[in-house]
Ligand binder design. Structure first.
Ligand SMILES: [Zn+2]
Length: 270
């Protein structure tokens, strides 16, 4: 009987120890709540992303952490090129800028970003004749669901000092955000309160008709449809917030509501 009790106690202790080890391992394998960014990546951010440069210090730290989290969860691959730190930082920045105003946001509809050296055509050819090879980026659908395709040349240009109102990376991530409610239609219902949808549509149609008449400084590509209008005006909103607010106060206010951000106020007046 005594032997039985001793054996039982030993078995129980062993089981307890195993359970403890298992639990601890599980804890260790959980992703860190705060991802941190290497100093190399941080340097690229400082040198090339003016949006980041305009943030206050506490916000910079939050931006870095979101960049690191994005790079931990989304796979970036190159076709005919080696991915560099610069590529990684600019792709992640394009992803985080539009969602920086939201408390919690995950791109649940994205697993891979595929980077091409230059613009590509519908068959994903990126070399040879320029004619017909004019796609700078796209959000995949159908068999390409969960994939985003980007031209590196266009990505880099978007973050260069001479890009003006254009930023291809931001453009594509705005499409992805717009798509998250099931329809890429220029009305991001996940983030736009329902009562604002109709006024927003009206505002879009008015400005689209101005663009078509040549009475707007918004890139004519924005007049293609509502989805392109949202993407093109968002590039302008994030790249040249002051100018956009001054020339299009109502659109600025509306995009400010959509993104829960006021990028014109981020600019340090020195
Ligand atoms: Zn587009």
């Amino acid at each position: 009987m005594t032997t039985f009790i001793i054996i039982s106690v030993i078995i129980l202790l062993a089981l307890g120890y195993l359970a403890f080890r298992l639990f601890n391992n599980r804890q260790n394998s959980l992703p860190a709540t705060k991802a941190s960014l290497s100093s190399e990546l941080k340097q690229v951010l400082q040198q090339h992303v003016s949006y980041y440069d305009r943030l206050l210090d506490a916000e910079k730290t939050r931006f870095e952490s979101l960049i690191a989290g994005f790079l931990d969860t989304v796979h970036i691959e190159g076709v005919g090129l080696e991915i560099t730190d610069m590529d990684r930082v600019l792709i992640a920045s394009s992803a985080i800028i539009p969602i920086f105003g939201y408390k919690e946001w995950r791109y649940t509809n994205l697993t891979n970003v595929i980077l091409y050296p230059d613009t590509f055509n519908n068959d994903f050819q990126f070399e040879g004749e320029q004619e017909g090879r004019n796609i700078m980026g796209m959000v995949g659908s159908g068999y390409l669901n969960g994939q985003m395709l980007l031209s590196r040349a266009a990505l880099l240009k978007g973050f260069s000092a001479t890009s003006g109102k254009n930023n291809t990376g931001i453009h594509e991530f705005v499409h992805l955000l717009d798509k998250s409610d099931g329809a890429t239609d220029g009305v991001p219902e996940n983030v736009l309160p329902h009562e604002y949808a109709t006024p927003w549509l009206k505002m879009m149609h008015q400005e689209i008709s101005r663009i078509k008449k040549g009475n707007s400084d918004i890139d004519p590509y924005g007049a293609t449809n509502e989805a392109e209008f949202l993407a093109v005006t968002s590039e302008y909103f994030f790249e040249k917030p002051d100018q956009f607010q001054q020339k299009h106060p109502e659109l600025y206010e509306q995009l400010s509501r959509i993104y829960s951000q006021n990028p014109a106020s981020n600019i340090k007046k020195s």
